[in-house]
Write a protein that binds this ligand. Structure first.
Ligand SMILES: Nc1nc2c(ncn2[C@@H]2O[C@H](COP(=O)(O)OP(=O)(O)OP(=O)(O)O)[C@@H](O)[C@H]2O)c(=O)[nH]1
Ligand SMILES: [Mg+2]
Length: 201
C-alpha cells in the first residue's frame, strides 16, 4: 500500500539498520550536507553523551512533486532492540549499514540476523540495500568475506561507502528511494528487477 498523508503527499519510509558505531547517523548527516535542490527538513537526533543513537535519527526529504522520503536510523546497541522493532515498522526500504572493521564482524552478524527475524518473509521481498561502510580502513574486510559471513551473497544491491567523508552515500539513498517507489507503486517492475538478482518474490 502506498501511504498518502493528509496533505496528499506520498510518503516513503527508509530505515537505516545495522550495528552500533557502524556509521548510520554519520551517513544521514553526510546526506544532509550533500543534498541541494531538494526540500530537506532538519535532522532530529536523540543521542546519548557518547554520541550513540538512543531512539532514532529522523530527516524528511521532499522531492519535486508530492513525494517525501522519511529517513530514520535505528539505535544499534543491542539493548535497544525494542526501539529497532518499532522504528522498522512500515519501512518501504531498508539500508543495512555494515561496519567493515574486522572487530565488528560478530556485531554485523548479530544485527543482520535480528533484521531477518523482524522482517520474516519481507526480508527477501522488500528492498534491502547493503552499504559496506568504513571502506577507508586499512584492514577493512573484503566485500566477499563480509557478504559470505552475513549470508547475503548475490541477492541484494551492494554499495561501498565512507560515510565520514560522504563517499558513496548519495548513491545508496538514490537506490533505496528508487526501489522503495518501485516496490510500492510498480510492484510488477520491482518483481522483474528482483528476479535478475535471483530473488523469487
Ligand atoms: N573510519 C571510518 N569511520 C566512520 C565512518 N563512518 C562513520 N565512522 C565513525 O564511526 C563512529 C560511529 O558512527 P555513528 O554514525 O555514530 O554510528 P551509528 O551506526 O549511528 O551508531 P549507533 O547510533 O550506536 O547505532 C563515529 O566515530 C564515526 O565518525 C567511515 O566511513 N570510516
Ligand atoms: Mg546512530
Amino acid at each position: 500500500m502506498v501511504y498518502r498523508d493528509k496533505n496528499g503527499y506520498y510518503r516513503f519510509k527508509i530505515v537505516l539498520y545495522g550495528p552500533s558505531l557502524g556509521g548510520k547517523t554519520t551517513m544521514v548527516k553526510a546526506l544532509y550536507n550533500r543534498i541541494f535542490g531538494l526540500k530537506k527538513g532538519k535532522i532530529r537526533s536523540i543521542e546519548d553523551p557518547s554520541g550513540r543513537t538512543l531512539y532514532f535519527d529522523y530527516m524528511p526529504l521532499g522531492t519535486r512533486g508530492k513525494v517525501v522520503f522519511d529517513i530514520y536510523t535505528v539505535p544499534g546497541q543491542r539493548r535497544h532492540k525494542h526501539q529497532r522493532k518499532v522504528i522498522l515498522q512500515g519501512a518501504d526500504a531498508v539500508i543495512f549499514v555494515v561496519d567493515s572493521d574486522p572487530n565488528a564482524l560478530q556485531e554485523n552478524i548479530y544485527s543482520i540476523n535480528e533484521l531477518k527475524d523482524f522482517l520474516g518473509d519481507h526480508f527477501i521481498r522488500m528492498p534491502v540495500i547493503i552499504a559496506l561502510n568504513k571502506r577507508d580502513l586499512d584492514d577493512a574486510l573484503p566485500e566477499r568475506v563480509l557478504l559470505r559471513a552475513l549470508n547475503i551473497e548475490g541477492t541484494f544491491p551492494v554499495f561501498k561507502t565512507v560515510a565520514k567523508d560522504g563517499l558513496g552515500v548519495k548513491r545508496v539513498f538514490q537506490e533505496a528511494a528508487r526501489l522503495a517507489m518501485l516496490y510500492r507503486v510498480f510492484p510488477e517492475v520491482y518483481r522483474k528487477e528482483m528476479a535478475t538478482l535471483g530473488r523469487k518474490i
